[in-house]
Design a binder for this molecule. Structure first.
Ligand SMILES: O=P(O)(O)O[C@H]1O[C@H](CO)[C@@H](O)[C@H]1O
Ligand SMILES: O=c1cc[nH]c(=O)[nH]1
Length: 246
C-alpha cells in the first residue's frame, strides 16, 4: 500500500483533483476544509496536511506546505505527481509598503528569488512569475467580493530572524516590492519548470516597518484583522478555481 503513496504528503497518484490550495500552516488547511462540502481528511504527515472536498461543485484539495521554500517545493513536486495542475498559495506575509494594511491581500505578480531552493533548481536569472490566467481569476474573485487587495512583487527569503533583515526590507521597499514571504518564488519557479499553473495570495499579518515577530505572534493568537485576511484569501482562492477552465 505505502508504495502507492507519495513519501511526504502521503497522497496517492490517482488523487483525481487538479486544483490545490497551499497554505503554509496545517491549521489553515483545516480552516479551508470548513468551506468545503464533503470535506475528507486524506493525510497528515509532518507539516503536510491534506483535505479534499467540493466548493460550488468544483473538486479541490488543500495541502499545507510548512514554513520555507524547501518543504513547499517537496509538497509541490509530489502534488504534481498526483495530477495537480493548478496551485494557489494562500500564505501570510509582511508589508513592504505603507498602503498594505493588516488583513489586506497581496496578489503576487512576480517574486524576488532570495530563497535557496529556487536557485537549487535553476539560475537566478530565471523569472519567478505566476500563471497569468490563474492570477487574473484571483483578481476577479477579490474584486467581485470587494476585498481590499494590492498587486505587486513579493520578496521570498529564507531567514526570518536575520540580523540584517531591516536593511533588506528597506532596500526592497525602495525597489517597490510590496510583501515579504518565504515560499512564493520557489512555487512560481517550479510552476514554470514543470508546466503547471501557480498563483500566490498573501494575507498581510505584519504591518509595514513593524516588529515582524511580534505581529506574527498576534496572528498566531488569532488576532481578528489577520484572521479576517485569512478568511478573505481562502474565499478568493476557492472562487478563483471556479472561474478557470480545467
Ligand atoms: O503563513 P505561511 O503560509 O506559512 O507564510 C509565512 O509565514 C511563515 C513565517 O511565519 C512563512 O512560511 C511565511 O512565508
Ligand atoms: O515579514 C514577514 C511576515 C510573515 N512572513 C514572512 O515571511 N515575512
Amino acid at each position: 500500500m505505502s508504495e502507492n503513496l507519495m513519501p511526504h504528503i502521503r497522497l496517492p497518484k490517482d488523487l483525481d483533483v487538479d486544483c490545490a490550495l497551499l497554505p503554509g500552516d496545517p491549521a489553515r488547511a483545516d480552516a479551508v476544509a470548513t468551506h468545503l462540502e464533503d470535506a475528507e481528511l486524506l493525510a497528515s504527515n509532518r507539516e503536510f496536511r491534506s483535505w479534499r472536498g467540493t466548493y460550488k461543485g468544483k473538486k479541490v484539495l488543500v495541502t499545507s506546505t510548512g514554513i520555507g521554500a524547501a518543504s513547499c517545493a517537496i509538497a509541490v513536486e509530489e502534488l504534481i505527481q498526483c495530477g495537480v495542475r493548478n496551485l494557489i498559495r494562500i500564505g501570510s506575509c509582511g508589508a513592504l509598503q505603507p498602503e498594505c494594511a493588516l488583513g489586506d491581500l497581496i496578489l503576487v505578480t512576480g517574486a524576488i528569488r532570495d530563497d535557496g531552493t529556487s536557485t537549487a533548481y535553476v539560475e537566478a536569472q530565471y523569472p519567478a512569475i505566476p500563471d497569468f490566467d490563474l492570477l487574473s481569476a484571483c483578481r476577479e474573485s477579490a474584486a467581485a467580493k470587494k476585498i481590499p487587495y494590492h498587486m505587486g512583487i513579493c520578496r521570498s527569503h529564507s531567514c526570518l530572524y536575520g540580523e540584517r533583515n531591516p536593511e533588506f526590507y528597506s532596500y526592497w521597499t525602495g525597489k517597490r516590492a510590496v510583501a515579504s514571504d518565504m515560499e512564493t518564488a520557489a512555487l512560481f519557479v517550479l510552476g514554470s519548470l514543470r508546466g503547471v499553473r501557480t498563483a500566490s495570495i498573501l494575507n498581510v499579518v505584519a504591518a509595514y516597518q513593524s516588529s515582524v515577530a511580534e505581529d506574527i505572534g498576534k496572528y498566531a493568537s488569532k488576532e481578528a484583522t489577520s484572521m479576517s485576511g485569512e478568511e478573505r484569501e481562502i474565499l478568493t482562492a476557492l472562487e478563483a478555481f471556479t472561474r478557470i477552465q480545467a
